[in-house]
Design a binder for this molecule. Structure first.
Ligand SMILES: C[S@@+](CC[C@H](N)C(=O)[O-])C[C@H]1O[C@@H](n2cnc3c(N)ncnc32)[C@H](O)[C@@H]1O
Length: 262
């Protein structure tokens, strides 16, 4: 179970898509699904659906929860460059493991990230990067606190914390209330979690829920503050009737995890 004294203990893991991730002893969990693969998961569950749903926008602000190895942030830049998109992107990403971010210039990233090598180096060195098209800001510290200081309204949220079982405070109804406060009226959220408790937490904060399916991976969830066409809608009222015991996760259920520990 969660043990902050083990933060520095991580081991390199090769995923089934040939890309690398880490195993966190602190959270007793890998940073990515080793079956879906770090890069594949990032592109299929977050980057591609999010950019497709927001393709009409020329400027995007993305909240990347949390930075970790930076796959979601870097895959966003990789994909935009690969597709020759002119979208301007500002990424805000909380992360309390600053030492991890500072070590990323030595991480074994896939060849796809070769074209953004300098950006990776700058982020590792400065926790910040900016050019004419991209701006990346790592918000060091506890995401629960840092999110309260975000002034920008975001278009996309990559909700990619460790699992609800191992990192519950980033999946509660109250957490999603703070996420919701950063949103525009048409923001969308992507997450690998398909848990009823997570979907309920989002639903109770005004999100519509959808199933997202992609090639060679398990289905995932897209949440949106507006109804979306062409996605498989989840009727949460029906889910509640069919599963009356399901409820959203609440901060009060995790009183033993103090914010000083995270
Ligand atoms: C599953 S990993 C994120 C993977 C990342 N999105 C990627 O693509 O590489 C979860 C990250 O959340 C960070 N984290 C967990 N709880 C946090 C908190 N309360 N505040 C800030 N960061 C947190 C961990 O240190 C870890 O780096």
């Amino acid at each position: 179970m969660y043990d902050p004294s083990l933060r520095a203990e991580k081991t390199l893991v090769l995923c089934e898509d040939g890309t690398h991730t880490l195993y966190s002893k602190e959270f007793d969990e890998p940073y990515h699904s080793t079956k879906d693969g770090a890069l594949h998961e990032s592109l299929q569950k977050h980057v591609k659906p999010a950019l497709k749903l927001t393709k009409a926008k020329k400027k995007l602000t993305i909240l990347d929860i949390c930075f970790g190895l930076g796959y979601n942030t870097f895959a966003t830049l990789y994909w935009i460059k690969k597709e020759h998109l002119s979208t301007q992107v500002h990424i805000l990403s909380p992360e309390f493991d600053e030492a991890l971010v500072r070590s990323l210039d030595r991480f074994e990233y896939p060849v796809e990230f070769e074209s953004i090598k300098e950006i990776i180096q700058a982020v590792a060195q400065n926790l910040y990067y900016e050019d004419a098209q991209f701006k990346i800001e790592i918000l060091t510290g506890d995401a629960r606190e840092r999110i309260l200081g975000i002034k920008e309204k975001v278009d996309i949220i990559y909700q990619d914390a460790f699992s609800p079982t191992h990192n519950p405070l980033l999946w509660t109804r109250e957490w999603f209330e703070d996420v919701r406060a950063c949103c525009r009226e048409d923001s969308i959220l992507t997450t690998y979690s398909t848990a009823a408790a997570v979907r309920l937490g989002l639903y109770e904060n005004g999100f519509y829920l959808f199933v997202h399916r992609a090639e060679k991976m398990r289905y995932s969830t897209v949440a949106s503050l507006q109804m979306l066409e062409d996605l498989e809608y989840i009727d949460m009222e029906l889910k509640k009737i069919r599963n009356p015991n399901a409820h959203s996760m609440r901060d009060a259920d995790y009183p033993t995890i103090k914010s000083s520990e995270i």
